[in-house]
Design a protein around this ligand. Structure first.
Ligand SMILES: Nc1nc2c(ncn2[C@@H]2O[C@H](COP(=O)(O)OP(=O)(O)OP(=O)(O)O)[C@@H](O)[C@H]2O)c(=O)[nH]1
Ligand SMILES: [Mg+2]
Length: 576
């Protein structure tokens, strides 16, 4: 609605007007990028525009309180309809005009009337609150921010109802100057009743507004009659005081101050609202960060557990190889004896014996222990994904519980939910499609390839056990070859003890090299698998984590900026 015409403020207040404009522009700079809701941005734009409009009095209160009747009585002409049921259904404004006209500008009814009072101000009559038609109340609530002064009308026959208290609270939140009118005082037979009502209203208003309110006891009906043939009713109508207030107390300077204060009040209310929103979001974000930190801690623990558990399981594998080494020593002690000289010359037999006694079940055991280790590793990995999935579902639930009546400014809630959902879905998908067997095979493959590589066997198709057998047999062949070559002939017999020492040293070196190679290959392969598992888990929450940290910075800034803005606004208000 384009109500009223442009009007200059008193020169004394000109420079404060500049300040108010700058302050409101600053606020817009903070609200727009959030972004604030379209309706709040609309309210802000209205507040800016309000500075250029004629002083606006908004008459508000419960339905049937006599708001329309009051405006009619003030103007001395029936511009608005009155009625005992909820009557006013639209915002209706009356301003000065050479003649009486009525127009509908889409957002409300605009009436002009040739009334002197309207040269300095425009009056808005609003739909009553607490009517069955909730839409009426919404229209009025939405319009309130535009008021420079609110005439709050309560009816003497039901003064200060509960719904009126709530409504007054809303007006106060917008920082509006409020004048209270107790209407229909003509219903009282005696002054004592009236005095009682006034005392009651004054006390209730003081408690609610924290200031002694401007209060008028009036009768719109008597005032109307006084202006239309029954002048004797003028005094009792209480309109004398009210009109003096509107004409004289509300002089140019007073109006100008109110006009400047009003948009600041609107700004303060908006700033408070978004400061609260920022606080709410920061609360949610910090609980997100706690949850993410907890996840990071859990991952670190997981990594430690893996390392410890892996060390234990690896030592079991190494023990198999160590046992094989011990059997090798015993074999040498038994075999390299004078009494067995002829056996020693039978190379295939020696090798056969070595394989049976020394290698024995070592390859099968290595294979079994490594398979156990792999299964354990795969299980740990799956368990971490399950735990992560549960934690994300908890975040999602907690978020649902935390939503507070705000509209989702900037799509924050939906962005956050979408992220948690997509991370959660991905995690859940990993859990559901987790193929233990495939994961284990991949790991076993890696281990085999690593062992084959250390033995320079290239891409072997042999299983781990078979690989160990090949490696051990190679060692056995070397040993038996060594023995056979050494003990040929009588000379060899004589130097047997030295031969034995050398063979023992050689064998030890061969077996321990084999053990080392296997251990290194498996260590390397599993360390990589462990790293991959932890990395993949922590990468999966990366987008959520980045979002949360960026939003935390942003909303902390918003909160600081708005608090600083409110301090500036309060300072300017006190100067006004
Ligand atoms: N006795 C008495 N009745 C009044 C007075 N002022 C208004 N009324 C009556 O109260 C009823 C409601 O008046 P309205 O002016 O339509 O009330 P309103 O607050 O505009 O009501 P809505 O438009 O429905 O919100 C009408 O029947 C009026 O005649 C008054 O001072 N004394
Ligand atoms: Mg009305």
């Amino acid at each position: 609605m384009s109500f009223g015409s442009s009007r200059l403020l008193t020169p004394a207040l000109e420079h404060q007007l500049v300040e108010v404009r700058r302050l409101l522009a600053d606020l817009r700079d903070t609200l727009v990028p959030l972004p604030a809701s379209p309706s709040d941005l609309g309210t802000h734009a209205d507040a800016m525009r309000q500075l250029d409009e004629l002083f606006m009095i908004v008459v508000a209160g419960e339905f049937n309180a006599g708001k329309s009747a009051l405006v009619n009585a003030l103007l001395g002409t029936r511009v608005f309809e009155e009625g005992v049921t909820p009557t006013t259904a639209r915002i209706q404004l009356v301003r000065h005009g050479a003649e009486t006209t009525t127009a509908d500008d889409g957002r409300g009814i605009v009436v002009t009337a040739p009334v002197e009072l309207l040269r300095d101000l425009q009056i808005v009559d609003t739909p009553g609150t607490n009517a069955i038609q909730r839409e009426h109340e919404r229209l009025t609530r939405d319009f309130l921010p535009r008021a420079d002064l609110v005439l709050f009308v309560t009816s003497a026959d039901r003064p200060f109802t509960e719904s009126e208290r709530t409504f007054l609270d809303t007006i106060r939140e917008w920082g509006k100057k409020i004048v209270i009118l107790v209407n229909k005082v003509d219903i009282f037979d005696n002054d004592a009743d009236l005095a009682q009502v006034l005392t009651f209203v004054r006390a209730a208003a003081r408690e609610l507004l924290q200031v002694d309110p401007e209060l008028f006891a009036v009768s719109a009906r008597q005032a109307w009659r006084a202006k239309h043939g029954s002048p004797e009713q003028w005094t009792a109508s209480g309109f004398d005081r009210l009109e003096t207030f509107l004409h004289d107390t509300l002089d140019d300077t007073a109006r100008s101050r109110l006009k400047l204060s009003s948009p600041i009040g609107v700004g303060e209310s908006l700033a408070r609202r978004y400061e609260a929103l920022a606080g709410e979001r920061l609360g949610l974000l910090s609980s997100d960060i706690e949850a993410l930190d907890e996840t990071t801690r859990q991952l670190a623990l997981y990594e430690e557990d893996l390392e410890r558990g892996f060390g234990l399981r690896m030592s079991v594998v190494e023990k198999v190889l160590g046992d094989m080494e011990s059997r090798g020593h015993a074999f040498l002690d038994d075999t390299l004896r004078i009494g067995r000289v002829f056996d020693l010359m039978n190379r295939p037999r020696i090798q056969q014996e070595f394989e049976t006694r020394v290698i024995a079940d070592a390859p099968a055991l290595v294979e079994r222990r490594v398979t156990e280790l792999i299964d354990w590793l795969v299980d740990q990995d799956l368990r971490q994904w399950q735990a992560l999935s549960v934690r994300l579902a908890q975040r999602r639930r907690e978020h649902g519980e935390r939503i507070v009546g705000h509209d989702d400014a900037g799509g924050f809630q939906s962005d956050r939910t979408a992220l948690i959902d997509s991370v959660g879905r991905e995690t859940q998908r990993v859990v559901e499609t987790f193929d233990r067997r495939r994961e284990a095979e991949a790991l076993a493959d890696g281990a085999r390839t690593a062992v084959a590589a250390t033995a320079a066997m290239g891409a072997s198709a042999l299983g781990l056990g078979a690989l160990v057998t090949v490696l051990a047999t190679t060692a056995a062949a070397d040993v038996s070859g060594l023995l056979a070559a050494g003990v040929l002939g009588a000379v060899g017999m004589l130097i047997l003890p030295a031969k034995r020492r050398r063979a023992r040293a050689d064998l030890q070196a061969k077996i321990s090299a084999l053990r080392q190679r296997l251990a290194d290959a498996l260590h390397g392969e599993f360390a990589m698998a462990r790293g991959r598992s932890v990395r993949r888990l922590s990468d999966s929450i990366g987008p959520y984590s980045r979002f949360v940290r960026a939003e935390q910075t942003r909303w902390a800034e918003v909160r600081t900026t708005l608090a600083a803005w409110r301090a500036q606004a309060a300072a300017l208000l006190s100067r006004l």
